[in-house]
Write a protein that binds this ligand. Structure first.
Ligand code: HEC
Ligand code: HEC
Length: 275
Protein backbone atom coordinates (compact mmCIF):
# COMPACT_ATOMS: atom_id res chain seq x y z
CA UNK A 1 0.00 0.00 0.00
CA UNK A 2 2.69 2.46 1.06
CA UNK A 3 4.87 1.51 -1.86
CA UNK A 4 2.01 2.12 -4.30
CA UNK A 5 1.55 5.59 -2.89
CA UNK A 6 5.25 6.21 -3.12
CA UNK A 7 5.27 5.10 -6.75
CA UNK A 8 2.38 7.37 -7.53
CA UNK A 9 4.14 10.28 -5.89
CA UNK A 10 7.34 9.49 -7.76
CA UNK A 11 5.35 9.35 -10.99
CA UNK A 12 3.82 12.73 -10.41
CA UNK A 13 7.18 14.26 -9.54
CA UNK A 14 8.82 12.84 -12.64
CA UNK A 15 5.92 13.90 -14.83
CA UNK A 16 6.16 17.42 -13.47
CA UNK A 17 9.90 17.42 -14.00
CA UNK A 18 9.36 16.33 -17.58
CA UNK A 19 6.87 19.13 -18.11
CA UNK A 20 9.31 21.67 -16.71
CA UNK A 21 12.21 20.21 -18.67
CA UNK A 22 10.24 20.26 -21.87
CA UNK A 23 9.37 23.88 -21.48
CA UNK A 24 13.01 24.73 -21.04
CA UNK A 25 14.38 22.65 -23.83
CA UNK A 26 12.26 23.07 -26.89
CA UNK A 27 11.19 26.60 -27.26
CA UNK A 28 11.14 26.49 -31.09
CA UNK A 29 8.64 23.64 -31.10
CA UNK A 30 6.64 25.11 -28.30
CA UNK A 31 6.13 28.28 -30.24
CA UNK A 32 5.55 26.67 -33.60
CA UNK A 33 3.29 23.78 -32.86
CA UNK A 34 1.59 23.90 -29.54
CA UNK A 35 -1.02 21.34 -30.59
CA UNK A 36 1.62 18.74 -31.33
CA UNK A 37 2.95 18.94 -27.82
CA UNK A 38 -0.38 17.99 -26.37
CA UNK A 39 -1.01 15.22 -28.83
CA UNK A 40 2.37 13.62 -29.19
CA UNK A 41 4.54 14.44 -26.22
CA UNK A 42 6.08 11.82 -23.96
CA UNK A 43 4.42 13.07 -20.82
CA UNK A 44 1.36 10.86 -21.07
CA UNK A 45 3.23 7.58 -21.22
CA UNK A 46 5.16 7.74 -17.95
CA UNK A 47 2.12 8.90 -16.04
CA UNK A 48 -0.05 6.10 -17.34
CA UNK A 49 2.59 3.48 -16.61
CA UNK A 50 3.77 4.69 -13.22
CA UNK A 51 3.78 1.30 -11.54
CA UNK A 52 5.68 -0.47 -14.28
CA UNK A 53 8.23 2.03 -15.30
CA UNK A 54 9.83 3.67 -12.35
CA UNK A 55 11.09 0.68 -10.37
CA UNK A 56 13.16 -0.26 -13.42
CA UNK A 57 14.71 3.12 -13.93
CA UNK A 58 18.14 2.02 -12.83
CA UNK A 59 19.62 4.37 -15.31
CA UNK A 60 22.88 6.24 -15.46
CA UNK A 61 22.24 9.82 -14.64
CA UNK A 62 25.14 11.83 -15.91
CA UNK A 63 25.43 15.46 -15.01
CA UNK A 64 25.30 17.70 -18.03
CA UNK A 65 26.53 21.18 -18.51
CA UNK A 66 23.61 23.51 -19.04
CA UNK A 67 23.55 24.44 -22.69
CA UNK A 68 23.41 28.20 -22.98
CA UNK A 69 21.91 27.88 -26.47
CA UNK A 70 18.93 25.96 -25.17
CA UNK A 71 16.21 27.60 -23.13
CA UNK A 72 18.17 30.79 -23.01
CA UNK A 73 15.06 32.85 -23.73
CA UNK A 74 13.79 35.24 -21.13
CA UNK A 75 10.66 33.19 -20.49
CA UNK A 76 12.03 29.85 -19.35
CA UNK A 77 15.11 29.74 -17.25
CA UNK A 78 15.47 26.20 -15.91
CA UNK A 79 17.99 26.56 -13.11
CA UNK A 80 18.57 22.82 -12.72
CA UNK A 81 18.57 20.94 -16.03
CA UNK A 82 17.47 17.30 -16.07
CA UNK A 83 20.31 14.80 -15.88
CA UNK A 84 20.66 12.54 -18.90
CA UNK A 85 18.40 9.50 -18.67
CA UNK A 86 20.06 6.42 -20.11
CA UNK A 87 18.05 3.26 -19.47
CA UNK A 88 20.14 0.13 -18.94
CA UNK A 89 17.99 -1.96 -21.22
CA UNK A 90 17.17 -0.42 -24.55
CA UNK A 91 15.70 -2.12 -27.58
CA UNK A 92 18.13 -2.36 -30.46
CA UNK A 93 17.26 -1.30 -33.96
CA UNK A 94 20.31 -1.04 -36.03
CA UNK A 95 23.25 -3.27 -36.82
CA UNK A 96 26.46 -2.75 -38.77
CA UNK A 97 28.46 -5.54 -40.30
CA UNK A 98 30.88 -5.72 -43.22
CA UNK A 99 29.60 -2.53 -44.81
CA UNK A 100 25.94 -3.27 -44.13
CA UNK A 101 23.68 -0.87 -42.38
CA UNK A 102 20.72 -2.96 -41.25
CA UNK A 103 17.52 -2.20 -39.41
CA UNK A 104 15.01 -4.35 -37.65
CA UNK A 105 12.12 -5.04 -40.01
CA UNK A 106 8.89 -4.10 -38.25
CA UNK A 107 5.24 -4.09 -39.25
CA UNK A 108 5.44 -0.30 -39.37
CA UNK A 109 8.39 -0.38 -41.79
CA UNK A 110 6.77 -3.09 -43.90
CA UNK A 111 3.70 -0.93 -44.26
CA UNK A 112 5.62 2.27 -44.97
CA UNK A 113 7.98 0.68 -47.50
CA UNK A 114 5.43 -1.60 -49.09
CA UNK A 115 6.78 -5.00 -48.07
CA UNK A 116 4.37 -7.88 -47.42
CA UNK A 117 3.05 -7.90 -43.85
CA UNK A 118 4.61 -10.22 -41.34
CA UNK A 119 8.02 -10.43 -42.96
CA UNK A 120 10.84 -10.71 -40.42
CA UNK A 121 14.55 -10.10 -40.65
CA UNK A 122 17.08 -7.33 -40.97
CA UNK A 123 16.34 -4.75 -43.62
CA UNK A 124 19.43 -3.34 -45.30
CA UNK A 125 19.28 0.42 -45.60
CA UNK A 126 22.72 0.90 -47.07
CA UNK A 127 25.33 -1.46 -48.45
CA UNK A 128 29.02 -0.66 -48.98
CA UNK A 129 32.42 -2.44 -48.96
CA UNK A 130 32.33 -6.27 -48.79
CA UNK A 131 28.55 -6.33 -48.55
CA UNK A 132 28.33 -4.45 -51.84
CA UNK A 133 30.93 -6.72 -53.49
CA UNK A 134 28.85 -9.73 -52.46
CA UNK A 135 25.88 -8.48 -54.48
CA UNK A 136 23.67 -7.40 -51.60
CA UNK A 137 21.48 -4.38 -52.28
CA UNK A 138 19.76 -1.79 -50.15
CA UNK A 139 16.22 -3.02 -49.49
CA UNK A 140 17.27 -6.68 -49.13
CA UNK A 141 16.01 -8.38 -45.98
CA UNK A 142 18.53 -10.75 -44.39
CA UNK A 143 16.74 -13.88 -43.21
CA UNK A 144 19.62 -16.33 -42.74
CA UNK A 145 23.39 -16.34 -42.30
CA UNK A 146 24.84 -19.73 -43.17
CA UNK A 147 22.57 -22.05 -41.18
CA UNK A 148 21.31 -19.56 -38.62
CA UNK A 149 17.90 -17.96 -39.20
CA UNK A 150 17.72 -14.20 -38.70
CA UNK A 151 14.48 -12.71 -37.43
CA UNK A 152 15.64 -9.80 -35.27
CA UNK A 153 18.73 -7.79 -34.35
CA UNK A 154 19.73 -10.07 -31.48
CA UNK A 155 19.82 -13.23 -33.56
CA UNK A 156 21.38 -11.29 -36.43
CA UNK A 157 24.29 -10.54 -34.15
CA UNK A 158 24.35 -14.12 -32.86
CA UNK A 159 24.39 -15.43 -36.44
CA UNK A 160 27.31 -13.18 -37.33
CA UNK A 161 29.21 -14.40 -34.25
CA UNK A 162 28.92 -17.94 -35.58
CA UNK A 163 30.83 -16.96 -38.71
CA UNK A 164 33.05 -14.28 -37.17
CA UNK A 165 36.27 -16.23 -37.65
CA UNK A 166 35.49 -17.43 -41.17
CA UNK A 167 36.46 -15.73 -44.36
CA UNK A 168 33.12 -16.32 -46.04
CA UNK A 169 29.47 -16.88 -45.24
CA UNK A 170 26.27 -17.45 -47.18
CA UNK A 171 23.75 -14.69 -46.71
CA UNK A 172 20.12 -15.39 -47.66
CA UNK A 173 17.92 -12.42 -48.34
CA UNK A 174 14.45 -11.58 -49.52
CA UNK A 175 14.55 -9.11 -52.38
CA UNK A 176 11.56 -7.13 -53.51
CA UNK A 177 10.49 -6.96 -57.09
CA UNK A 178 10.49 -3.44 -58.34
CA UNK A 179 7.32 -3.89 -60.33
CA UNK A 180 4.37 -1.75 -59.32
CA UNK A 181 1.54 -3.28 -57.35
CA UNK A 182 1.67 -5.77 -54.52
CA UNK A 183 5.25 -6.49 -53.47
CA UNK A 184 6.71 -9.86 -54.43
CA UNK A 185 9.72 -11.12 -52.49
CA UNK A 186 12.23 -13.56 -53.93
CA UNK A 187 14.76 -15.42 -51.88
CA UNK A 188 18.36 -15.47 -53.00
CA UNK A 189 21.68 -16.31 -51.43
CA UNK A 190 24.96 -14.49 -51.90
CA UNK A 191 28.42 -15.20 -50.54
CA UNK A 192 30.01 -12.56 -48.35
CA UNK A 193 33.81 -12.68 -48.32
CA UNK A 194 36.48 -11.02 -46.26
CA UNK A 195 39.97 -11.81 -47.41
CA UNK A 196 41.82 -10.47 -44.42
CA UNK A 197 41.14 -11.57 -40.90
CA UNK A 198 37.63 -13.03 -40.76
CA UNK A 199 34.17 -11.55 -41.04
CA UNK A 200 33.90 -10.40 -37.44
CA UNK A 201 30.49 -9.85 -35.90
CA UNK A 202 27.80 -7.19 -36.08
CA UNK A 203 27.71 -4.16 -33.82
CA UNK A 204 24.28 -3.05 -32.67
CA UNK A 205 22.82 0.38 -32.11
CA UNK A 206 19.74 1.71 -30.39
CA UNK A 207 17.38 4.50 -31.30
CA UNK A 208 18.80 8.02 -31.21
CA UNK A 209 18.82 10.17 -28.10
CA UNK A 210 15.89 12.54 -27.82
CA UNK A 211 15.24 15.68 -25.81
CA UNK A 212 12.70 15.58 -22.99
CA UNK A 213 10.18 17.60 -24.99
CA UNK A 214 10.64 16.09 -28.43
CA UNK A 215 7.42 15.13 -30.13
CA UNK A 216 7.61 11.73 -31.73
CA UNK A 217 7.93 11.77 -35.53
CA UNK A 218 6.73 8.17 -35.75
CA UNK A 219 3.60 6.34 -34.64
CA UNK A 220 3.15 5.27 -31.05
CA UNK A 221 5.60 2.46 -30.30
CA UNK A 222 5.44 2.29 -26.53
CA UNK A 223 7.19 4.11 -23.69
CA UNK A 224 9.79 6.44 -25.17
CA UNK A 225 12.44 5.18 -22.73
CA UNK A 226 12.07 1.58 -23.97
CA UNK A 227 14.02 2.75 -26.98
CA UNK A 228 15.44 6.23 -26.48
CA UNK A 229 17.93 7.72 -24.06
CA UNK A 230 16.64 11.15 -23.09
CA UNK A 231 19.12 13.96 -22.78
CA UNK A 232 21.78 15.90 -24.55
CA UNK A 233 25.19 15.32 -25.96
CA UNK A 234 24.82 11.86 -27.49
CA UNK A 235 24.59 13.12 -30.99
CA UNK A 236 26.86 15.40 -32.91
CA UNK A 237 25.00 18.26 -34.51
CA UNK A 238 25.03 18.84 -37.37
CA UNK A 239 24.88 15.17 -38.25
CA UNK A 240 28.13 14.38 -40.08
CA UNK A 241 26.19 12.02 -42.36
CA UNK A 242 24.35 14.90 -43.90
CA UNK A 243 26.51 17.84 -43.04
CA UNK A 244 24.64 20.93 -43.86
CA UNK A 245 25.77 23.81 -41.75
CA UNK A 246 23.31 26.55 -41.00
CA UNK A 247 23.84 29.43 -43.43
CA UNK A 248 25.93 32.08 -41.68
CA UNK A 249 25.11 35.79 -41.77
CA UNK A 250 26.81 37.44 -44.77
CA UNK A 251 27.43 41.08 -45.56
CA UNK A 252 25.86 43.25 -48.28
CA UNK A 253 29.34 43.71 -49.60
CA UNK A 254 29.75 39.96 -50.08
CA UNK A 255 26.38 39.82 -51.84
CA UNK A 256 27.24 42.80 -54.06
CA UNK A 257 30.49 41.20 -55.10
CA UNK A 258 28.74 37.86 -55.56
CA UNK A 259 31.44 36.19 -53.48
CA UNK A 260 30.29 32.75 -52.45
CA UNK A 261 32.17 29.85 -50.95
CA UNK A 262 29.80 27.44 -52.61
CA UNK A 263 28.23 26.70 -55.96
CA UNK A 264 25.19 28.63 -57.12
CA UNK A 265 22.28 27.77 -54.87
CA UNK A 266 19.89 30.58 -55.70
CA UNK A 267 19.32 34.14 -54.49
CA UNK A 268 21.44 34.83 -51.41
CA UNK A 269 18.51 36.19 -49.44
CA UNK A 270 16.65 32.92 -49.74
CA UNK A 271 18.97 31.37 -47.15
CA UNK A 272 21.23 34.04 -45.66
CA UNK A 273 20.58 36.88 -43.30
CA UNK A 274 22.36 39.79 -45.03
CA UNK A 275 23.76 42.59 -42.90
C1 HEC B 1 9.94 0.70 -29.91
C2 HEC B 1 10.99 1.69 -29.97
C3 HEC B 1 10.63 3.15 -29.91
C4 HEC B 1 9.77 3.77 -29.03
C5 HEC B 1 8.94 3.15 -27.95
C6 HEC B 1 9.84 5.18 -29.34
N1 HEC B 1 10.69 5.40 -30.38
FE1 HEC B 1 11.21 7.20 -31.15
N2 HEC B 1 12.37 6.29 -32.54
C7 HEC B 1 12.63 4.95 -32.59
C8 HEC B 1 13.53 4.68 -33.70
C9 HEC B 1 14.05 3.32 -34.11
C10 HEC B 1 13.81 5.92 -34.31
C11 HEC B 1 14.69 6.19 -35.56
C12 HEC B 1 13.83 6.63 -36.72
C13 HEC B 1 12.64 5.76 -36.96
O1 HEC B 1 12.77 4.54 -36.98
O2 HEC B 1 11.53 6.27 -37.15
C14 HEC B 1 13.07 6.91 -33.55
C15 HEC B 1 13.10 8.25 -33.80
C16 HEC B 1 12.61 9.21 -32.96
C17 HEC B 1 12.88 10.61 -33.07
C18 HEC B 1 13.79 11.27 -34.12
C19 HEC B 1 15.15 11.32 -33.49
C20 HEC B 1 16.28 11.67 -34.41
O3 HEC B 1 17.28 12.20 -33.92
O4 HEC B 1 16.18 11.37 -35.61
C21 HEC B 1 12.22 11.24 -32.06
C22 HEC B 1 12.23 12.71 -31.74
C23 HEC B 1 11.51 10.21 -31.32
N3 HEC B 1 11.78 9.00 -31.90
C24 HEC B 1 10.69 10.44 -30.24
C25 HEC B 1 10.02 9.46 -29.53
C26 HEC B 1 9.13 9.73 -28.42
C27 HEC B 1 8.80 11.10 -27.89
C28 HEC B 1 8.68 8.53 -28.00
C29 HEC B 1 7.67 8.23 -26.88
C30 HEC B 1 6.34 8.83 -27.08
C31 HEC B 1 9.29 7.51 -28.83
N4 HEC B 1 10.08 8.12 -29.75
C32 HEC B 1 9.09 6.14 -28.67
C33 HEC B 1 12.14 3.98 -31.74
C34 HEC B 1 11.21 4.19 -30.75
C1 HEC C 1 19.81 27.42 -50.70
C2 HEC C 1 20.50 28.14 -49.65
C3 HEC C 1 21.66 29.10 -49.98
C4 HEC C 1 21.67 30.08 -50.94
C5 HEC C 1 20.60 30.43 -51.95
C6 HEC C 1 22.95 30.75 -50.80
N1 HEC C 1 23.66 30.19 -49.79
FE1 HEC C 1 25.52 30.74 -49.12
N2 HEC C 1 25.51 29.26 -47.76
C7 HEC C 1 24.48 28.39 -47.55
C8 HEC C 1 24.85 27.45 -46.50
C9 HEC C 1 24.00 26.30 -45.99
C10 HEC C 1 26.16 27.80 -46.11
C11 HEC C 1 27.00 27.11 -45.04
C12 HEC C 1 28.16 26.32 -45.64
C13 HEC C 1 27.75 25.35 -46.73
O1 HEC C 1 26.81 24.59 -46.53
O2 HEC C 1 28.37 25.36 -47.80
C14 HEC C 1 26.54 28.96 -46.92
C15 HEC C 1 27.75 29.58 -46.83
C16 HEC C 1 28.09 30.75 -47.52
C17 HEC C 1 29.31 31.49 -47.35
C18 HEC C 1 30.43 31.18 -46.39
C19 HEC C 1 30.27 32.10 -45.23
C20 HEC C 1 31.11 31.77 -44.03
O3 HEC C 1 31.19 32.62 -43.16
O4 HEC C 1 31.58 30.62 -43.97
C21 HEC C 1 29.26 32.55 -48.20
C22 HEC C 1 30.31 33.65 -48.37
C23 HEC C 1 28.01 32.45 -48.91
N3 HEC C 1 27.33 31.34 -48.48
C24 HEC C 1 27.62 33.36 -49.88
C25 HEC C 1 26.43 33.24 -50.60
C26 HEC C 1 26.05 34.19 -51.63
C27 HEC C 1 26.85 35.42 -52.07
C28 HEC C 1 24.84 33.77 -52.11
C29 HEC C 1 24.01 34.40 -53.20
C30 HEC C 1 24.68 34.57 -54.47
C31 HEC C 1 24.49 32.55 -51.38
N4 HEC C 1 25.48 32.28 -50.47
C32 HEC C 1 23.34 31.81 -51.59
C33 HEC C 1 23.25 28.36 -48.19
C34 HEC C 1 22.91 29.18 -49.27
Amino acid sequence: MNSKLALLAAGIVVALTLVIGRQGAVSPQTTNAPSQIVAAGPVAAPVAMTGMVFPQATNVAMPVEPDPAVGGGASMATDSPLPNFVPRKLKVFEGHWQGMDGRLMTEELARKLNYPRGVQGVLLGEVTLNAAFSGLLGGDIIVRIDDTPVTDMENFQAATRNVANRSEARISVLRKDNRPGAAVLRKLTVVLREAEGGLGFAQLEGAPMILPGDPRPHGYRGACTDCHPVGQGFELAPDPDLISLPPPVITRDVVARGVSSHEVRGPCEACHVIK
